[in-house]
Design a protein around this ligand. Structure first.
Ligand code: ADP
Length: 657
């Protein structure tokens, strides 16, 4: 029982689905005359096969039909040419109709597509003729002028698109150019120009406002320009329709250029070929569009969506504008019809008003500036950060050097002070107990003296460094024999070196080199270099001091066979408070200021220092001083005691041995 009910329900549902499908199919196929699912379209052209306008309509039609591909239906298109221009008389038309009746007697024509007036009129007279193969067929047409008369019965079978009337281009200009009161239409003597002239003449009653239409007609550009020059210069607009020549036809862009040379009026066109040649724009009938429109209408009829109309007057035309010329002629963008085609706009730039365009350009400029500025700021910030990091590292390094210096300095100060204090104590006890002898006391006093000198050197160096820092270190130059000054200084240190079994050898290429120096300061330099060489050399080493003259310079080389300095430290040793650390350091006592003072003194003498060294092999310090004679050789009043200086500079050399 249950099974039976289920079966019944399924059959019922299937029946409903099938019958619904049937309704759909029958509505879709209403237009088809037979059940073969082939849509037979008969296209009838007014003119002959080579007519470009009709060709473009057929092209648009077949192309769109292929694209739409009505489902389950094959479109079969046959094309006939009435060729009315060959014989526009009744006898010829009747023969043509006879031919159609014979040719299509056994075919099922579903749709007739009549292109242009002549074809339409021939087809229309057959639609209610029982004997015709066109009897009660669906007729679609394009390019027919608006003045056709269709009876109510005929209306059931006829629909199509009218031609543009000429009013569109005129009203477009009147709407876009408020001051225009005259429109000059440039025509040649061909049919297309004649058609346009007719249309415009017939449409005057429905223009937006009163306007004078001035037809300028000739095949020759010279005539056209001459006539154009004669018209009033202001409140004019131009429509170029014809194609003109001088000896031969001239390119369209040249025509527009020539017009622009004699007139500032806005230029429009009705001819598609002109739209990219320098005009502002125009209203153009486009055959391809008309064919496309008819194909879509057939598709709608097949699908039962056809709208109820007889003639759509302007469906095929299109407003076209040139992107650059819109701005060149300052056209109000807001008044340009919405569905206009914009040509000469390869990058699809948006169509915005001049003010909007300026605002957009300003915005883009601001955005780019901001990006550039942010980028620059970012780069500069990074640079600043890197610089700050460097400064911080340097400050940290200097801080470390200062800390090292203070630690070292405390040690430096404490060591001689301890020696002085303990020696004084011992001497005091010996004297109190009367257990002293003279030799013992002299030895102790010498120790006290040497350590006091060490303290004094340290304090002197510190004072000098401070003077360099605040720029108050001054020198007193005298023209002196620098060879003699250095030789005396070297000789005065021999005893100190001897205590460490170190030989000091002095050699010179010149006996006399007179140059302006501060004697005392140069002595300090040499003593400092020698004290370093002694301090940083082991026993039995040797120290060489060598002088030579080259060009206008004197070269003083102090070389030793001591412990040497590693390459990476050479540049650092002139830094204040710098001492080579780790294993190389603390071989001898020192404060790390000596070479800093040496360099400053040489700089004040306008010279420079080079250091060549190899770890374990020795060091050569080369001083290069320019030879310089001063005019006013003021006698240096400063009394310098070389012995005292040597004692001071050598005070940190260990002479225990
Ligand atoms: P210091 O008082 O410590 O000797 P200097 O400024 O004279 O200070 O020298 C700086 C550092 O350079 C020294 O601590 C030492 O490590 C290194 N130095 C200078 N001269 C020599 C040299 N002739 N041989 C090896 N190292 C040297």
């Amino acid at each position: 029982m249950k099974d039976k009910t289920l079966k019944m329900t399924i059959i019922f549902i299937l029946t409903i689905i099938l019958s619904f499908n049937n309704i759909q199919t029958s509505s879709a196929n209403e237009i088809l005359q037979s059940d073969d699912n082939i849509l037979d379209v008969l296209v009838i052209n007014s003119y002959e096969e080579s007519d470009r306008w009709e060709k473009s309509i057929v092209y648009g039609f077949t192309k769109t039909m292929k694209e739409l591909k009505p489902e389950g239906i094959t479109v079969d298109t046959k094309i006939e040419y009435l060729d009315i221009k060959s014989r526009p008389d009744k006898e010829y038309v009747d023969t043509f109709l006879n031919l159609l009746n014979t040719k299509y007697q056994y075919s099922d024509i579903d749709v007739v597509f009549a292109i242009d007036d002549a074809a339409f009129r021939v087809v229309k007279q057959e639609v209610l003729n029982k004997d015709s193969v066109l009897y009660k067929k669906q007729i679609l047409f394009t390019g027919v002028n608006g003045d056709i008369e269709v009876s109510n019965e005929e209306k059931q079978y006829i629909k199509g698109i009218g031609q543009s009337t000429g009013i569109e281009i005129i009203n477009l200009i009147l709407n876009l150019h408020k001051d225009v009161d005259t429109i000059n239409i440039l025509l040649d003597n061909f049919t297309y120009s004649k058609v346009i002239k007719e249309k415009i003449k017939n449409s005057t009653s429905i223009y937006l406002r009163d306007v004078k239409i001035n037809f300028i007609e000739s095949n020759y550009i010279e005539d056209i320009l001459n006539q154009l020059q004669k018209v009033n210069k202001t409140k004019q607009a131009i429509i170029v329709t014809g194609v003109f020549k001088d000896k031969k036809y001239i390119p369209l862009d040249k025509t527009i250029d020539d017009i622009k040379k004699i007139s500032l009026s806005p230029i429009y066109t009705t001819n598609y070929a002109y739209t990219t040649q320098g005009v502002i724009g125009g209203y153009i009938d486009r055959g391809e569009k008309q064919g496309e429109y008819i194909a879509k209408e057939i598709y709608n009829i097949i699908n039962g969506n056809s709208t109820n109309f007889t003639i759509l007057p302007h469906a095929s035309g299109q407003y076209v504008f040139d992107y650059d010329n819109i701005y060149e002629y300052n056209v109000d963008i807001s008044k340009i019809p919405k569905d206009s085609q914009i040509v000469n706009n390869p990058f699809n730039k948006p169509l915005i008003s001049r003010e909007g365009k300026i605002a957009l350009q300003v915005s883009i400029f601001i955005i780019i500036s901001m990006i550039v500025y942010s980028f620059k700021y970012f780069v500069e910030q990074r640079k600043r950060e890197a610089k700050n990091r460097k400064l911080y590292e340097r400050a940290k390094e200097r801080e470390q050097l200062k800390t090292d210096f203070i630690v070292n300095m405390s040690h430096e100060l404490r060591t001689p002070l301890n020696v002085i204090l303990s020696t004084t104590k011992v001497v005091e006890m010996k004297v109190k107990n009367k257990t002293h002898d003279d030799l013992y006391l002299l030895d102790k006093l010498e120790q006290i003296n040497k350590n006091s000198n060490r303290l004094l050197k340290l304090v002197n160096n510190l004072i000098d460094v401070t003077k360099f820092e605040n720029g108050s270190y001054d020198i007193k130059l005298q023209n002196l024999n620098i060879v003699e000054v250095i030789e005396e200084t070297v000789l005065a240190t021999v005893d100190y070196a001897y205590c460490k079994n170190i030989d000091v050898i002095f050699d010179t290429e010149e006996e006399e080199i007179i140059t302006a120096i501060d004697k005392h300061k140069i002595e300090r330099v040499i003593l400092n270099l020698l004290s370093n060489s002694i301090k940083y050399s082991n026993e039995n080493a040797s120290i060489n001091v060598y002088i030579k003259k080259e060009d206008k310079n004197v070269y003083i080389n102090v070389s030793d066979t001591g412990i040497g300095i590693s390459n990476d430290k050479i540049d650092e040793i002139f830094n204040r408070f710098y001492q080579v650390s780790e294993s190389l350091r603390k071989v001898e006592e020192g404060s790390g200021i000596g070479l800093c003072i040496v360099e400053e003194i040489i700089k004040i003498h306008k010279g420079h220092i080079n250091v060549y060294s190899e770890v374990g092999k020795g060091t050569r310090v080369e001083i290069v001083l320019p030879i310089n004679i001063i005019a006013t050789n003021i006698q240096n009043k400063q009394i310098t005691d070389l012995k005292q200086s040597v004692m001071l500079e050598m005070s940190d050399v260990d002479t225990k041995n």
